[in-house]
Design a protein around this ligand. Sequence first.
Ligand SMILES: [Zn+2]
Length: 667
Amino acid sequence: MILQRAGGRCKPVGRFLWITHPGVAVLIRGRRLAPLWAVALLEAVEGCVRKHQLNKGWYREPVDSPRKDCICRLSGVFVLAGNPAGWSLLCKMPTKFYFILGDGFMYQGCKKYIPFQPVQLKDRQWPDKVITKAPIWCSVDLRDGNQALVTPMNLEEKLLFFKTLVDIGFKEIEVGFPSASETEYEILRTLIERNLIPDDVTIQVLVQARPHLIQKTFEAIRGAKSVIVHFYNSTSTLQRKVVFHTDMQGVIDIAVEGARLIRKLTEEEVARSGINIRYEYSPESFSGTEMDNAVEICDRVLEELGATPDNKVIINLPNTVEGSTPNCHADQIEYFCRHLKGRDSAIISLHAHNDRGCGVAATELGLMAGADRVEGTLFGNGERTGNADIMVIAMNMYSQGVDPELDFSNINHIKDVYESCTKMKVHERHPYAGELVFTAFSGSHQDAINKGVEYMAKSGTQYWEVPYLPIDPADVGRQYEPIIRINSQSGKGGAAFIMAQSFGYHLPKAMHPEFGAIVKAACDAEGRELQPQEIFDLFHKEYFEIKYPYHLKRYKLYEEHEGQDGETQVHFEGVLRFQNVDHEISGTGNGPIDAFFGALRSVGINEYKFVSYSEHAVSSGADSKALSYIQIRTPENKMVFGVGLDGNISLASIKGIICAINRACRT
Ligand SMILES: [Zn+2]
């Protein structure tokens, strides 16, 4: 047994196996092994393996030996899980094994990938460009999106999805691949025959550049008013080599012959029915094609289709498998646009997939690089990691002051339709649409949002100027209420924000820390976040349900005026119960608060000092009540708040004072 450490921190497990930590890879290099041990090893490894089959995985391979059938060679990479069950067997393995441990195996694996070769474009212009207008949008949800679903949409779901796309404002919608699939043929015929396609919407149908499929596609579109016939063939270096076994000329011939047939059938169909047909050509896997080849094939197609500046052809440039950083994609698009002879006769379209998670970024940079049109899907559904997410691209424009010409003002409804039709889930943190994207958990974020909302109300600014919220949630039909959720991480401003936003209680600023601490303690005790109603209940319990030790049983308040312009004196008389005895109290002052403090002094309650007072009206149903916030200073120099709610504004203040004193006595 030979042990080799290949980086990482290793720790011995048993005699022969070392392991760094659960989840780490162990590379077992091939050595001869008797089958008994081989089987035992495999079982042992499987017992504690979470995922194997990295690279080629493990395999057994007979090797030359006098006892061929009894000897196996094991080789592979294993990732060990946390449970060491089975390791004891591994540790009993006979010698002549390499266990190369640690994190090093990935460094070997990556060597088999060929790095992306960027196009040479020294004087690129796109980095200085800014997106200032919406592109032509084309939804490919019903084709690219649908073909990637575990359960493809049924007819009804497709019709609902189509209607939703129309409502959002898509004017070009790819509805399927009618020559290749019976159900896609059916949806197309239903849309046409039930007259479900608005006059300003063009449907798009996809077809490979193969004669019999093109023929069938033209049969499928009969009766439609306006159609984009989208044909493609694969042009990439890799596909030419491993799939089609053809050279570039062969690929060009396929495209040109397809174009010729499509033009002929179009002319016949136009003469017959007056249908409006436009063309779209995709050199599929464009981003994996040598740029000069891509330019050449597209120029040949434009020529064959008779494209002119008045009769443009859509040239769609798919980033079929995203294999580079988005800037390289933008370089390709700019290079292509500059070199295409028929640029004036072409609408350049992007179709980015999301393998590296940059489908949106690649599309945005592609627009800066000169593209006119974007194909994509809602929420980025599509093959593998999906297509570029059109909603995000559109909303990104919107957030920069650019009208995207698509309407996502009811994003929850769109999300509901999407989820019910596709059976896919929109992630909680999905930009603009996720459940949590307008929620702030952190206290400092909440505080800043609070201030931003206040600033906007006060300043009357015409711009959205709220920190931490890139857009106004209301613009996509989301609510303000759930923006701030109160958990133990929330700061003092969060609870006050909820009280103001949800219940119209505007707590004075000095009171925020006091109530914030009460809410935080409740969150800690519950071990979860609190809902707005729970925060309100907490407020109620803390400030309105405290009746001891002081309780006002009766009172009379009246004013006395000295002459016409003289001073007003307020008199307070009442019965205050404390220490199980009713006490008659009375006092005089220049206002009700002053008079009541005077009355308290009359029975020796003189240690609490009045600090501040604020009040506002709250309406509960038909009637409006006064809500007073009273701040007092205790003999221990502590600030305590009390709250009073009453139909009578004077009594609201007096209740607030008693509440503050009762709370001060309690602490
Ligand atoms: Zn695609």
